[in-house]
Design a protein around this ligand. Structure first.
Ligand code: AMP
Length: 307
């Protein structure tokens, strides 16, 4: 089963309390594709400039990602610069240079139009709609966004959300989108925009899943070494959607398991700068951390001293 993603492929410059990197491989679609590629076939829609090295494309190809929809335009690749304080949950954006992304309106390769599942990664909501409208009959559509678009293109974003089944955003974005501080009330408002399911990521505090009348709370994996949170959200979405694409079951149990696979992929990603951890990650490590997650949250069968 194939999973289509549209989003950014980028050069990131990132500073965390543990180090600093300049113009490394990043982008919402890059992180998503690499994470999802451990579970399913991924077809990527994105644009890069003349300055984008072949070696980065080779990395995507080595993970069997279909890059027929990755265009190279004249101009410079999208660039993002961000900084994290010891409070690693939120990036401070220092610079966003859209460059070739600004005018990118792709025509999808014919095989992409048949994609059964679509992920609209963090990118201009007008571009998200443009791509989604070309997919003939997607069975499941999920979406991400960020404050840059919530503030800059709110109307276009709300229009996109009308065609979305699952929205995956962080808590700050959920509050800003809903214009509501309380997360439970915010979830209600956001679900009224279109997405039946909302996943709210809370960085090191885990994620909340709002599905119909139920709420599921998942922790983040407690890590000794968190190096760079960039791409954690996209890696979460890649694990989440990759798992659903692999098993094609969308009931509440499957969505809850997908949240844990998403958290698992995010936990690996933050262990190194850029996508460096993903260059060595093996599927067996993913399964082993998924099992460790189970141990982390199990309490029903633990002996109760009062009984
Ligand atoms: P996250 O998973 O939320 O940490 O996403 C980080 C990635 O988002 C970085 O690799 C950036 O290149 C990318 N990014 C940042 N700002 C934007 C934007 N306005 N549009 C698209 N992608 C962005």
């Amino acid at each position: 089963m194939s999973l289509l993603v549209v989003g950014s492929v980028a050069f990131d410059s990132v500073k965390t309390p543990f180090g600093e990197v300049e113009e490394v491989l990043g982008g919402s679609a890059t992180y998503f594709s690499i994470a999802a590629s451990y579970f399913t076939d991924v077809s990527l829609v994105a644009v890069v400039g003349e300055d984008f090295p072949e070696a980065h494309l080779d990395f995507l190809k080595e993970r069997n990602i279909n890059i027929d929809g990755l265009k190279r335009d004249s101009g410079k690749t999208f660039r993002w610069k961000g900084e994290y304080s010891y409070h690693l949950n939120e990036a401070k954006t220092l610079k966003t240079e859209l460059n070739v992304l600004e005018s990118f309106r792709p025509t999808l390769p014919p095989s992409y139009c048949e994609a059964p599942m679509v992920f609209l990664a963090n990118i201009d909501p007008e571009l998200q709609s443009n791509v989604l409208n070309q997919v003939k009959n997607p069975g499941l559509v999920a979406c991400d966004t960020m404050n840059f678009w919530i503030e800059g293109k709110r109307d276009a974003l709300i229009k996109t959300l009308a065609s979305v089944d699952i929205l995956i955003i962080n808590d700050g974005e959920a509050r800003e989108l809903a214009r509501e501080v309380n997360l439970v009330k915010a979830a209600k408002k956001i679900r009224a925009f279109g997405p039946k399911i909302l996943v709210v990521k809370q960085g090191e505090y885990g994620a909340l899943l709002f599905n119909e009348e139920t709420i599921f709370s998942a922790p983040a994996f407690p890590l000794e070494n968190v190096f760079d949170p960039t791409g954690a959200g996209d890696s979460f979405a890649g694990g989440f959607m990759g798992y659903l694409s692999k098993y094609q079951t969308f009931n509440d149990d499957a969505i809850r398991r997908a949240v844990i696979y998403g958290s698992t992929m995010a936990s690996f990603n933050v262990e190194a700068f850029s996508l460096d951890r993903m260059r060595t990650l093996k599927y067996a490590e993913i399964e082993s951390r998924y099992q460790a997650f189970k141990g982390l949250t199990t309490f029903e069968n633990v002996a109760n001293p009062e009984s």
